[in-house]
Design a protein around this ligand. Sequence first.
Ligand SMILES: [Ca+2]
Ligand SMILES: [Ca+2]
Ligand SMILES: [Ca+2]
Length: 566
Amino acid sequence: MQNKVLIKFVLFFIIFNSSAQENDLNSPVQESKIFQKSKIEVIQSKYLDKNGDKSHEVFLSKNGLYPNNKNIESNPYFTVSVSMDDIMEKNGKIQIKKSAKLYNLDFYIKNKMTYNSFNQAIPIWDGRVYEEDNEIIVGGYSSEYNERPIGIIDENGKFIPALSGLDAEEFPLLQIPSDNIVFDPFMKRLFQISPSGNKELTKTENLYLPIDIYGKKGELLNNIPFEISYENTNSSLILYGILNGKKMEIARCDIQRSEIVHSRDAFRPELITGASQQGNGEMISLTFKGSYSKSINLEEGNLFLNANYKNDLTHSVKSNKIIMDGDFQDWRNIKGVSDVQGDYVSYLFENPDTDLLEFKVTNDDKYIYFYTRVVGAHGRTGEKGRYYWYTYIDVDTDPLTGYPPTRDDNCYFGIPIGDDSEAQFEFIGNKFVKTFFGFTGIGAEKEVLSGELELGPSYYSRKDSDGKERKSYKMEYVHRENSRFTTEDYTAGTSEDIIISLSPDGSEVEVRVELVGFLKDIHGNSLMHVGKKIDIAAGVEGSSDHYNTSDWGADSSSIIYGYLIK
Ligand SMILES: [Ca+2]
Ligand SMILES: [Ca+2]
Ligand SMILES: [Ca+2]
């Protein structure tokens, strides 16, 4: 977003306390990293187990959070999308016609944990914790000031508020009594704790493919490709894992008989060239409760092969190539990062369409591919709303170049990387508007149009807090008909080298970006090329007109550190 006045500042996110800014080329940057111990590790070492190892369990026990009487109920689920024309009602229940075409087969495991603990902990999303200048800083989010340092975590792991010159009432985090705030040095997150009052507590998590499977000796089986198949003869969806070239059944459901636990009408936005979506006309997604095969034992929500397991179905090898077709079987075996469902900031709208659940990256020689899953649907804006999706790419894995995507303009969800390059797309009024690139480094229009870029400290916004024009700020551009143009919000015209494809219901998106579209540096080297390591995360933000509110929703995924373009 660029059309509101921003109060922007630069925070330098320094990992492992390196002071790269001060160093010239010959100084031993590495050494300072080796000899300084992270402050978070110091706090972790206050929680040692019997063997003297840092232990999250000891942290939980000391804070009354250790889960006792733990019980995990684990169930498999299958989701398919079908045309509304292929749905009928029978005895008041939805049924899929036998002749129906099934789209975008999907699978997940839901683990529901019930337990008791003396205290309960609720995650605090109104701030984040980061290390800077050998301190552990708490950045607080506010609609007025965006993200600002509002306190520190001391050496005992306690939150000490410290705010000067700003209105403390603007920060939801500062409204929580500090004694009720704990910093978990293992999860590196803040929690609000309160006595549980002996209530039974529950925690649920959904695990998407690829899932972990353990062998008969309890070892994690690596490199098990998964495949979801539909067998017409018994109307069953089956999840297979491929082990030693043979298929083994992990779970199944019968789409004529299994319980439908969830149905949702698909979001079918208006699309132009550059975007596609699988399926036709009105569609619906249905989720069925399945059952695990006899070969699977469950222990604390983990899947183990048991003595019943034998693999006797021959498997035909399929390629892992990403196809831009709005079908996501090609992503089911790619590991990504998951993101918490419901990680809402208190003054933003709880918009499921901007609540990220998964982020994945892969590439070939020519393209880089991105994948995200949201709780709701990508691009759903309501009649007048707007929706932006982006990848934050730290192309030099240097937090000091680019800009830190802190919470800007009530929209962003801060993450600690120095974002240099972005691939993005925009929807307005439930219509796809465009894909585009972003670059944030030295300079602006001239540099981006020349295609010779220089990485360096920069800003998101064109103007500073006094309204003065900056020299360096984020530029957005597109490639069309062999030319490069700058672009901005509301401007139509997609970049021909970025295309997207949505799942039939809009909950998943695949994005394909030509690597050369990220341009070159002033020495003529491509910013993004095979052999390069990058830090990368996805972000989404959207107004919430669809839900009849003027508030925005936003989320950022977890960061994939050190992704190698291979
Ligand atoms: Ca695909
Ligand atoms: Ca989320
Ligand atoms: Ca950077």
